[in-house]
Design a protein around this ligand. Sequence first.
Ligand code: KIV
Ligand code: ZN
Length: 535
Amino acid sequence: MTTQPDRIIIFDTTLRDGEQSPGASLNGEEKLTIARQLARLGVDVIEAGFPYASPGDFEAVQKIAELVGVEGGPTICGLARATRADIEAAGKALKPAAKARIHTFIATSDIHLEYKLKKTRPEVVAIAEEMVAYAKSFVDDVEFSPEDAGRSDPEFLYEVLTKAIAAGATTINIPDTVGYTTPGEFGAIIRGIKENVPNIDDAIISVHGHNDLGLAVANFLEAVKNGARQLECTINGIGERAGNAALEELVMALHVRRQYFNPFLGRPVDSQESLTNIDTRQIYKTSRLVSNLTGMFVQPNKAIVGANAFAHESGIHQDGVLKHKQTYEIMDAQSIGLTDNQIVLGKLSGRHAFASRLKELGFDLSDTELNNAFLKFKTVADKKKEVTDWDLESIVNAEIQQPPEIFRLELVQVSCGDRARPTATVTLRTPTGEELTDAAIGTGPVDAVYKAINRVVNVPNQLIEFSVQSVTAGIDALGEVTIRLRHGDRIFSGHSANTDIIVASAHAYVNALNRLYAFLEKQQEATPEPATATL
Ligand code: KIV
Ligand code: ZN
């Protein structure tokens, strides 16, 4: 019998399912940076990737297993389809982790069996059993998922789960793969499993769900009430299609409403003990890091981490909050780390003060990264009197996110105004070291800059998203620009921060083009064989 946890286990899949968001692809360094922050946030399990999918994914999982999966750190998990090759790759990649988990899955809904797998139910049961046992030969901790459980026949689900647990699965994960179920239905599925899978006490029940109908978080909370003890989620809810259940929403719902949830975990109503292991004060920082590195913008009205989540616009609300905070606030901005925004550095601050503040903020930079970030800080501090923690994070995130520098922006100059035709001149250093200058006219200054850059880089692409966000309030605030562009069926993102939003826009575009260029170069080098695996 597996000891059932007396709290909720948080399984983060930002680096696996989250990374499957169109255009969110991260390089190995970026994945490691996020994994380190997830460990600081206090997640129990990090699903670091899908090792069989590509050599890059394999290496990233291995690095995270080695550097983040240390003694006392989170469990590191790797995804594997129910095949020997996938499981073997996951087992190898996870080897360095102190606590390793293989997560293997096979679909159980009739529609997947008939059209995708072309297998019968008995065949699927046999594969699940055999592959769980195979995964067990690499690690003790094996998670099994019946994909599309939300649309599977419950009786068949009970049979597969019983066999998977008997073969050694320690966690059984119930995915609502297509985001189809409603909270009542999803809760009933979990209740049904608890009541009809005879060996269910030998495993922990987990849930995984997509947000196609905007119900993922609600479904999970209903699952908790019916016996689920592990929640699979992503930062900012990123993920395939409409995304996954958002970690910050689940954690804060369980935190703010713990009196409501306590009895479902067998606790006294008034217990103040936290229902998860998450350090909620790390939530905002983690959200910004993931948004910056993936290029996935957080909508302003997003619960918990959106720019407006704690803003009170109406006079009546402002008046109420000033009189008594709780009139219109159910949680404190500080509880997600939002108001630890001290002004710490300025123009006269030296390298030492800069480095030690970054250390306090949890950044662990190489000497080169630190030097580059310091130079950028000095430029910002020259233009901006007060440099806040958020500014520092923005500077460092932009530094960490640097894609391979193929083209380098040396100069950008614009002329615009209501009586002028927006015109831009840019100088770029090309991969051969040559400096090329070109100019263009556009519908606005950013359009002119992008047209001028295109004349130099000359790689066809379509700009599909452009957003500017200010890091802090004030006319001298740093502006963060995030862009996404499409080339064929691939999306590439770019990000940059500067007190001049035209300069930030130019850098963000060159960053995205460098990613695109690196991808094209890699494709040229690659053998004719296609990518090894996709989900
Ligand atoms: O959505 C899904 O079903 C998945 C599985 C691999 C768990 O991501
Ligand atoms: Zn999923």
